[in-house]
Design a protein around this ligand. Sequence first.
Ligand SMILES: [Zn+2]
Length: 427
Amino acid sequence: MSALLIANGHVVDPAGKVDGIADVLVENGVIARVGKNLKPKSAQVVNAKGKLVTPGLVDLHVHLREPGREDKETIETGLRAALAGGITSVVSMPNTTPETDNQTVVEFQLSKARKLGLARLFVAGRITKGGQRIAEMWELKNTGAVAVTDDGHDVDDACLLLHSLEWAKTFDIPLITHAEIASLSHGGVMHEGKVSQLLGLQGQSANTEVLAIQKSIALAEEVGARLHIAHVTTARGVDEIRRAQKRGVRVTAEVTPQHVSLTHEECLGWNTSAKMHPPLREEEDVRAMHDALRDGTLTAIATDHAPHLVSEKLLPFQIAPVGTVGLETSFAVVNTYLIRKKVLPLKLAIERMTSGPASALGLPAGTLRPGAAADISIFDPDIRWIVDPWTFQSKGRNSVFAGKTLYGKATDVFVGGVPKLRDGVVL
Ligand SMILES: [Zn+2]
């Protein structure tokens, strides 16, 4: 029997109701006990004094680009980047080439990740084939897909979305929407407001998102399907979700680290690293995200990690691709902008990065309760660093946080009790 003791750390396991100095005992890859002064007969000991010990973080929204765009990211580089960020479970988005709309691609991704043995990979399949007809949802689920989404685009056709929700309900698989009314966002390259006017760029109004959220909630409510709304960014959008949850609609939602910390002003200077869909919004929207994280309207923080080539992000703002990488900065951004600034209490912030996202999609992850797989992350919350994307494990250098000073880094990560990151180095 192999045993591992992570001793004297500040253990925060919201699902297990732990928040204090404690030891974590792992036996045979599984959490055996969490408590004070554990004294196993023999165990490898990791001293976590002065550090934060959490369940491995869970990221519901990651673009791994494989198959098809291995020049931007591979399953290997993406999962290594996750480990470097203290993330042990990622859900990959299906906008690959070919699309993840059939069981062959799901099988390929899962088997590749299994062989790599890095962070755990959960796969999301497409809702539709090309936005035209419903994908093979039953086969996707049977092959291991944990959700369906057309992320990158909304399902514009309301009737197709309605039928997709009916199928998703029948097969009991969550449906994730990228809330964007295409006819409204068309041509808009950033948030519509003062900054877009100043830069002379066409913007996307908040209604682009708000109307799409209303549409998907109304249809999911009619059907009774499980709906998850990706990367919410607008105060009014989050209000719609709050009201729906109060009525009993089965809807959950996530927000990205960049949308809880930055505004559209990042786009000044035609900064293409700040170009993303949905776009960075205004101060009042950021504050609304904070309120929604506090009151539980938003239960997940997910990165929308979107690696692109350096050459593409050097294109003019209007035509540069959308997205920022995020796996290696998400904990530090949440720590710097939410925990240290007392926007969110530590325990609640960790909940939004562990059990919150896990339960949104029903993933077996995000807790240190006895019997759970020993996916554990250890962070030094006080390490001060300046983000240099050239040091990333990810192939993507397009970080909206490049050059910014952040606090907190993962030092050690275990997946199933096996060390995968030691002293900040991916093993
Ligand atoms: Zn999206």
